[in-house]
Design a protein around this ligand. Sequence first.
Ligand SMILES: Cc1ncc(COP(=O)(O)O)c(C=O)c1O
Length: 459
Amino acid sequence: MAKTDQNRYRLVCFIVSVALNVFLIANLCISRKPLSWSTRAAAEAEAVASISCSGHGRAFLDGLIENGKPVCECNACYGGPDCSQLLPNCVADADSGDPLFLEPFWLKNSGRSTVVIPGWHRMSYDYSDNSYISQELEKNIRKLHAITKNAVTDGRYIVFGAGSTQLLNAAVYALSMNMSSPAKVVAEKPFYPVYKEQTEFFKAKLFEFHGDASLLRNGTSNTIENVIEFVASPNNPDGNLKKAVLEGPSVKTIHDYAYYWPHYTAIPAPADEDLMIFTMSKLTGHAGSRFGWAIVKDKDVYENMLKYKSLADSGTSKDTQLRALKLIKVVLEDGGQGIFNFAYKTMRGRWTKLNHVLSLSKRFKLQEIPPSFCKYSQTVRGASPAFAWLKCAKEEDSNCHKVLHHEANILGREGGSFNAEDRYVRLSLVKSADDFNLLLDRLKELVSMEEQNQLVISF
Ligand SMILES: Cc1ncc(COP(=O)(O)O)c(C=O)c1O
């Protein structure tokens, strides 16, 4: 190389190296820039998180304050200032479907899932496109279904609701608006009680609750007109994957997919129905945030649901939408692996333990759900339902809820609430570990009493 070329080469190297150093130092300075207005919020959040409630409760920023500190809110059956005391003779409450089993996942992922909401955040009724819906959230919901392989969203409209509860009724309104006579709203038993309760409570000229769908199926064909059928799959209470029992030109179906997540069921294929409803409550466990969404094929139905939403509450809270966006982004970060593995392992573990305890009983029978192939995990998966649908097998135990309550201090939900026989009782498996462990202990005692009684009889 000639001397002048060598000098030119050295000069270029020198300039590149100086530029690189300037860039790196500038970057370092920017990333080290101290936070300003958000530090106070972060300090408050960390202070409340550091309050110890013995692992049996939690203190919250908006909880009651005593001696200048938020107080511990204890899990059921625990008390005392730090929730360390187990309360004697406390009822094992397995009634509600409060999905607190997911709380440990979010405690472990506090950093990734925290949102800071400044006082000026989205004060308007609308987003800048004059809608009530965050486009970014809608985009991420579509991605979520694509990675989970549980629903088709291409070419569909999405409506947000205050939980899926609100969307269930919005869907009944929207579907019944174009029917020639009041819609008969039905569901095959056993069904989620809110379908009946809500339809009857919001009584309108457009629709009425008509009971069990299978009774209509068995009737004459002209009764299957202007019908709206609710189908929950997996079903609440029994965890079965279900299809509509009615079909025909004037039958509309609302597919409630609250539990169609890898936590609770194998995903056999993406759902591809005209009207599908999902909820954050059972996906991330944030029932308190009240966020659900409907995926709708028909434009008129979508617009009627939007109209319902606009008149009911002028759109879903922007704070809720921001939180939902953050949580869904955490789910998406690792393709769902983190939350879906945690949730499936927890639910599967609970189901296995429950089966083990009840396999020793002749008096109580659990529903059977066979293993099946899951498109999400690409494996065959054993059952992991959200609820146990327990049957009292003995003739005289005709009210299973009463049997559990009187003999074992367990609170379930009567079969009758689901339009089924009271010989069945639903036990929630999605609550906190404290709730589940107490339920399991009480069932163990009940089954061991059965074994002792049998020993006495055989002597
Ligand atoms: C089958 C079913 N659908 C809908 C809901 C309502 O959920 P949310 O209003 O919290 O979205 C529930 C809640 O338990 C449910 O079990």
